[in-house]
Design a protein around this ligand. Structure first.
Ligand code: SAM
Length: 228
């Protein structure tokens, strides 16, 4: 998985590659599809959600420029895999999930891997971040937002980075934001397809009627599509 899907597509961050080589991804997918855990696709998990394609996890993590001790907020815990990658790199992670069942399962997996000391999983609307623990040096949103959520931007520390897929509920661009004092430098990093971020600063219900859960979401290309 790491050589063919990540290195060949340009992932260079050695800590990301090392962690994704060693983390047992099969622990994060439903038992009946364990055999597909290292494939080049997003996969369905409980509650109609997805675990993102390995490439998009690596790309978003690399864009966050994680390092040991960095304080990171993840929005969209899902399976817990992305949080595990960040924790294994040494980040201190708060991860928010709107489905209590997914949060519970993810907590159990992280504890099984001994990573629970570095990850706190909360249930709630992560589109408005986690004010009590702000500011964050990194914020990673693993669901599609209609725009960069202003509240998340405001929870960035000076010099901090936010990575978020932004677009319609059908397709998005990966956006990287770096905070420099009161200004925000925004760049685009290619197309992707994620399940929607629902909530106060995400999509509202009626905006996503065309977006039934689809395991083909949450990845990256053919040559340029990334599924998160
Ligand atoms: N990072 C996950 C992983 O490693 O498995 C994949 C996340 S999945 C693509 C997107 C997740 O975002 C879903 O679990 C969904 O329930 C969650 N989500 C959507 N809107 C949310 C919100 N406002 N707050 C928190 N979680 C949200």
């Amino acid at each position: 998985m790491v050589e063919r899907q990540l290195v060949r597509r340009g992932i260079r961050d050695q800590s990301v590659l090392a962690v994704m080589r060693s983390l047992p991804r099969e622990l994060f997918v439903p038992e009946e599809i364990e055999a597909d855990a290292y494939g080049d696709d997003a996969l369905p998990i409980a509650s109609g959600q997805t675990i993102s394609q390995p490439y998009i996890v690596a790309r978003m993590t690399e864009l966050l420029a994680p390092r040991a001790g960095m304080r990171v907020l993840e929005v969209g815990t899902g399976s817990g895999y992305q949080a595990a990658v960040l924790a294994a790199i040494g980040c201190s992670v708060i991860s928010i999930e709107r489905h209590a069942g997914l949060a519970e399962t993810a907590r159990a997996r992280l504890s099984q891997l001994g990573l629970d000391g570095r990850v706190r999983i909360e249930v709630g609307d992560g589109s408005i971040g986690w004010p009590a623990a702000a500011p964050f040096e990194g914020i990673i949103v693993t669901a599609a937002a209609p725009r960069v959520p202003p509240t998340l931007r405001s929870q960035l520390a000076d010099g901090g980075r936010l990575v978020v897929p932004v677009g319609t509920s059908r397709s998005q661009d990966l956006v990287g934001v770096v905070r420099l004092g009161d200004s925000f430098d925004e760049r685009l990093f290619g197309g992707c397809v994620f399940v929607p971020l629902l909530g106060a600063e995400g999509f509202k219900g009626e905006e996503t009627l065309d977006s039934a859960p689809d395991p083909a979401r949450d990845s990256a290309p053919n040559s340029a599509r990334h599924d998160g």
